[in-house]
Design a binder for this molecule. Sequence first.
Ligand code: KIV
Length: 297
Amino acid sequence: MTDKPPRYASWTAGKLPLPELAEMKRRGDKIVMVTAYDAPSGRLADAAGVDLILVGDSSGMVVHGRESTVPVTLDEILFMTQWVTRGARRPIVIADMPFGSYETSNEQAVSNAIRLVKEGGADAVKLERGGTSVLRAHAIVEAGVPVMGHVGLTPQTATVLGGFKAQGRTADRAQQLIDDALELQSAGCFAIVLEAVPAAVARAATQALAVPTIGIGAGADADGQVLVWHDMLGFYEGHAPRFVKRYAELGDAIVDALGRYAADVRAGTFPEEQHTYAMPDEERAAFEATSDSQRSR
Ligand code: KIV
């Protein structure tokens, strides 16, 4: 048996088993989730001991430069899930179901969820909102695909919510949010994301639910936390929400590195000898003799 690496709250040699998340909630071990969109980020999140990776439709904004997540397609999430699952071994990889990929019918939701698992290699899928999404979640779970719910600020329907702003700030709205989360749990969801909700509401939801809650802008009492890769690592140019903590300034580091590269190229100081291929001396002499004789013709 290998020693437990300290970075994991809950350590297993292979893929983290899904039921372990409920055990982590029971033990009070916080669940760590981050988004990732390609193989290197999947590998790095795994190396850092992250428990859950979300191939989020936030990619539409932070990777593809769009104004919202709405235009993201199933194929985009499918490709990114293939890349992430090539890099990540232990974390459970959850593919976000993009807007338009599950709303029309249970059949549509099930067949798209199955594509994400079968072709993308996802371990689970996530969908947003209560209401009809509860029916979709139930149908997908019945088909054998684990589902994560997502309530509070649901960016796919931000227009209906009045923009990207905190949700559940009145007593009625807070209760509605908790009811939605409970319905998603009854539909079989294994965890629920709570996005941009008051800490008191997240605390009440976390106590009311048997399944883990994963907070983003929901205070410290959720069972786990999620942040978006580009936000937390400091290379998203757009306006970051107040709940983001930046753990690195990789954008600055990249601009600095590119600037030094450009300066070296312009000064002729890159490439150096060590970056250059050589030829055996006799081959080089023969080649130069041939080129000399060609030039003198
Ligand atoms: O798409 C995403 O990254 C998300 C997280 C913010 C939870 O849904």
